[in-house]
Design a protein. Structure first.
Length: 479
């Protein structure tokens, strides 16, 4: 396949291509020992079956490539005849399969392994034996500057000079006159249309697709274009199955068949010499920074709006959220007391604690526990009902402790002057209200009366004064 890698200087196109080269090299290193072991296995299998016979059929070796032509030529004398495996493999003695013992990549390894696999596969099909296929080991060519990878040869101008199965890298290919964007016809370029016949993989690396020959772009099977935003240590790779002349356009990026992130591997930097990769610095645009800051502020404000707190004190005290919830319910109880002194705290707790969001709060847990201890329950209207058990056979054992609901509260209803000269406020039952100030008592004597906010469906009447006691000063007020 012909691959095209494009990107402006410093974005990482050579780095990406070098990583692909290293992957191919690592695959070769893994396949070399396998090729040796599999070949030895096949020799041992052949030694045990030298007399086994097969019928030669040249149709199994059809193909226009030189590789098939050589195989047909070697077997031509035995076409349609039955021969032993010993005779069959003797036909290929001119092949130097000893390359399979090599610990390094040899230029002919791929050609030999492909030929051998065709030979062995025919034996497997006709005899039922299990000769192992030799894994491919491909010669790599590259002109990447300062490349430090073993067994890699320099890329020639004419890719056709390389052995079958080669992997060839052309860095900054626009600098090679043969591959420049010209209208001149060239057999090297024209033959790229049949590069697959010999198993080539070619990588063309350039800054922009328009810099290379139009016929090269026409035969591209994969186009990789790298985009590096704001000098970050990574790039985004857009991939098309054809060459794209303007890969930076928004519409072409959207039309990419796939896009992935390419993080620059540090180990690859050591494998070649790059002149621009290390000169780039991160440069985020001011608009992006302002947008990010505004987004952060928005998140903080939303958090405060939903949680009722700040994001900065989160986690400093694990008990703070619980305390805040507790004080919220008790605040409602206090508010109910102030608005209606007749209301009981338990009435408000009954209303709040029966809400699903509050059932696990400490004050509600305590309220439910007290209900259980007192044998009480809550009816459908929300009122607390005390359950009692009475045994008529034991009337004296019944001990009922009712829950009392207050119907009134102390209100200032008069003022009297004690023998000591001190003014004393009195409630509606004639009891002293010692916490009422002297100033308020004097206001009462001067005729000012506080409005009765707690009268319920009754016409407010003038309150009577408390009868004067004989031992006190006769100066009193009338209610």
């Amino acid at each position: 396949m012909i691959n095209l890698v494009t990107a402006p200087p410093g974005v990482g196109k050579t780095l990406y291509a070098t990583m692909q080269l290293i992957k191919a090299h690592e695959l070769n290193q893994a396949n070399l020992p396998k090729a040796r072991d599999y070949y030895i296995h096949n020799l041992e299998l052949l030694a045990k079956n030298l007399d086994k016979k097969l019928v030669v059929d040249l149709v199994e070796f059809k193909g226009n490539q030189n590789l098939f032509a050589e195989l047909r030529l070697a077997l031509q004398a035995y076409d349609g005849k039955e021969i032993t495996l010993d005779e069959y493999f003797t036909c290929f003695n001119h092949y130097d399969f000893t390359d399979f013992y090599s610990e390094k990549v040899t230029p002919k390894h791929y050609y030999l392994s492909t030929s051998y696999n065709l030979i062995a596969n025919f034996v497997n099909k006709t005899t039922g034996l299990s000769f192992k296929m030799i894994p491919p080991v491909r010669q790599i060519y590259s002109d990447i500057n300062g490349l430090r990878v073993e067994d890699v040869l320099h890329s020639p101008d004419d890719w056709r000079e390389c052995p079958d199965g080669s992997i060839i890298f052309y860095d900054e290919v626009q600098n090679r006159p043969i591959y420049k964007n010209t209208k001149a016809k060239n057999p090297i370029i024209e033959d790229l249309t049949v590069h697959r016949h010999r198993g080539f993989d070619i990588w063309f690396i350039t800054q922009f697709p328009i810099l290379i020959h139009t016929e090269v772009r026409a035969v591209v099977g994969q186009h990789f274009h790298l985009f590096r935003p704001w000098g970050l240590p990574q790039a985004y790779v857009h991939v098309w199955s054809y060459s794209v002349v303007d890969p930076n356009s928004f519409s072409k990026k959207r039309a990419a068949e796939r896009t992935f992130r390419f993080s620059y591997p540090k180990k690859v930097f050591k494998m070649y010499t790059s002149s621009t990769m290390h000169t780039h610095k991160i440069n985020l645009p001011k608009k992006l920074l302002l947008y990010g800051f505004g987004l952060l502020i928005g998140i903080v404000m939303m958090y405060r709006g939903f949680s009722g707190g700040t994001i900065f004190n989160e986690g400093t005290d694990n008990k703070k959220p619980e305390t805040a919830q507790t004080s919220g319910i008790m605040q409602k109880v206090d508010t109910a007391k102030q608005s209606n002194p007749y209301a009981k705290p338990n009435d408000t707790l009954s209303l709040e604690c029966r809400k699903a969001v509050n059932v696990e709060k400490p004050e509600c847990v305590e309220w439910f526990n007290n209900l259980s201890k007192n044998g009480s329950s809550v009816n459908s209207t929300g009122s607390v009902v005390q359950a009692v058990s009475y045994n008529p056979s034991k009337p004296y054992d019944f001990d009922y402790q009712p829950q009392v609901t207050p119907t009134d509260f102390p209100r200032m209803s008069g003022v009297m002057k004690l023998s000591s000269g001190k003014l004393m406020a009195l409630d509606q039952q004639g009891n002293y209200m010692q916490n009422v100030s002297q100033q308020d008592c004097q206001k009462w004597l001067n005729g000012y009366r506080p409005f009765n906010y707690f009268a319920q469906n009754q016409t407010q009447q003038r309150e009577r004064s408390v009868p004067e006691q004989p031992q006190m000063n006769p100066e009193t007020s009338s209610l």
